[in-house]
Ligand binder design. Sequence first.
Ligand SMILES: Cc1cc2nc3c(=O)[nH]c(=O)nc-3n(C[C@H](O)[C@H](O)[C@H](O)COP(=O)(O)O)c2cc1C
Length: 207
Amino acid sequence: MILGLMQNRRSIRRFKTEAPPDADIRKLIEAAVAAPSATNKQPWRFLIAKEKKHFKIISGAVDKARRNLIASISPEYQSEFSNYSVHFMSFQNAPIVILPIYRAFQGISALVKKSLPEKEMAFLRQYEHDTALMGVSLAIQNILLMIEEIGLGACCMTGPLIARGEMEKGLQVPKGWQIAAVIAVGYPDEKPEPPGRKELEMVTRWL
Ligand SMILES: Cc1cc2nc3c(=O)[nH]c(=O)nc-3n(C[C@H](O)[C@H](O)[C@H](O)COP(=O)(O)O)c2cc1C
């Protein structure tokens, strides 16, 4: 049952050293591209990092951004943030990292007259950006479910995006594309307890 798969999936942050075969990673991408997207634009690409040099670029960038942030936080919150932001680095011991990237679809904003007030243009650009991010997010969820289905483990992370610009530069992400998340992938080396969810009554409002 798909509901069981969704409910049993857990974020995994500790992995065995052995890397899953490329064939399994292909299955994950196959699942990703089955996701729906606005106007079927499929505004996604997937970078697969397996080599040490790529991990070095990603963790170097995140660690630097994290240290900069810690230095700029008021002293009384520094140690709390320092402990919390360790979770931005949970991808470090994974054998594989998938970086889904996305690009805003310039549909309406390219068609409207240049005389449109800047505020409305900004709204359209944001709308187009959010639409693309929605598409790639659905692709990411497909990856996470497929990971559960084939017995792998993963953690989808946006914490590392504090270093998004630096990661994009280091990994030569094409202009106009943005990293949506860092997904650590491997064989699970932990079995976390379910962290629980809010009650349906609390999150639902029948209109
Ligand atoms: C958009 C998004 C961003 C996340 N970012 C991080 C992160 O930076 N570091 C981390 O350790 N976990 C991250 N997580 C994992 C969440 O902490 C996790 O999904 C949540 O605690 C619920 O646990 P579960 O996935 O096991 O159900 C992220 C999850 C999502 C969906």
